[in-house]
Design a binder for this molecule. Structure first.
Ligand code: ADP
Length: 261
């Protein structure tokens, strides 16, 4: 199976600073880039951005159950993600990408925030049927803390490993991993070749600026580590720049961060 996993960050598909606000221009462009790149098997995973994160944060979903008052918040987070996923899938369909929504949060359970056993057979069969499954970060049940947020970053890495993807591409709103948060530090440098074993102590990756409950760039690199160790090529690139996703999907070189052991 010639397969790629494309994770579209919440910072790409939504306007993070405005609640429930899509980045319509970005998703229209990305949908047409995916359509024209064509070809091989593709799974898309998206983040929550200004749809999922504010609710998840308000009801403190990610650290698990502490009060019944959180219960409607769990469901509201779900509903917001369903809405975002629906807009994204419709946009892909309009661009003639045979996208299909997969509501994995109904069948994935985490163990203390980590995906345990999961069967992605359904996703595999969609790909083999020629469709493009679209999954997303969401509120999920947890065996230890009752519920949590499963990030799109973690889900994408696990899909890449289980489905033996060739590549895992994280599309974000910056060019990749920098020596410091490029939104806060003007002389931050892009690290084009990031060796995970040398990372500790060398880089201060920092936290994302906005309302993310899942750890920003640091969390992304941590979640991607398991995929890198499983031999998947992992790229982190700027999905807000024209043709970066197109070029990456075509296997052409793009400015980005490549992760390696
Ligand atoms: P998404 O939600 O799109 O998946 P995040 O917002 O979680 O992405 O993470 C990307 C953000 O991480 C960037 O917009 C940037 O502000 C922040 N960040 C913090 N430290 C770094 C760093 N060292 N290099 C790049 N980005 C960083």
């Amino acid at each position: 199976l010639n397969l790629e996993i494309l994770k579209l960050g919440g910072s790409v598909v939504t306007n993070k600073n405005q609640p429930m606000s899509m980045n319509t221009a970005a998703i229209n462009r990305i949908a047409s880039e995916i359509a024209t790149a064509g070809g091989r098997g593709l799974v898309i995973v998206h983040g929550g951005g200004s749809y999922g994160h504010p609710l998840a944060k308000e009801y403190e979903i990610s650290n698990g159950y502490h009060s019944d008052l959180q219960l409607p918040g769990f469901s509201k987070t779900r509903q917001a993600m369903i809405q975002l996923n629906s807009i994204l899938v419709n946009t892909l369909l309009d661009a003639h990408v045979p996208a299909v929504s997969v509501n994995h949060s109904s069948f994935i359970i985490t163990n203390n925030k980590k995906i345990g056993e999961v069967d992605f057979k359904i996703v595999e069969l969609y790909i083999k049927a020629g469709m493009v499954p679209v999954l997303y970060g969401d509120a999920v049940l947890d065996t230890e803390i009752k519920f949590t947020i499963l990030s799109g970053d973690q889900l994408a890495a696990r899909l890449a490993i289980d489905l033996k993807a060739q590549r895992l591409i994280y599309g974000v709103d910056v060019d990749g991993v920098y020596t410091a948060n490029p939104k806060l530090t003007s002389n931050a440098r892009l690290i084009e070749d990031l060796s995970l074993s040398h990372m500790k102590g060398m880089v201060k990756i920092g936290e994302a600026l906005s309302t993310d409950v899942t750890g920003g760039m640091l969390g992304k690199v941590q979640e991607a580590t398991s995929a890198v160790e499983a031999g998947v090529n992992v790229l982190i690139l700027n999905a807000l720049k024209s043709d970066y996703i197109y070029n990456a999907l075509r296997g052409e070189s793009v400015v980005c961060t490549r992760l390696r052991r």
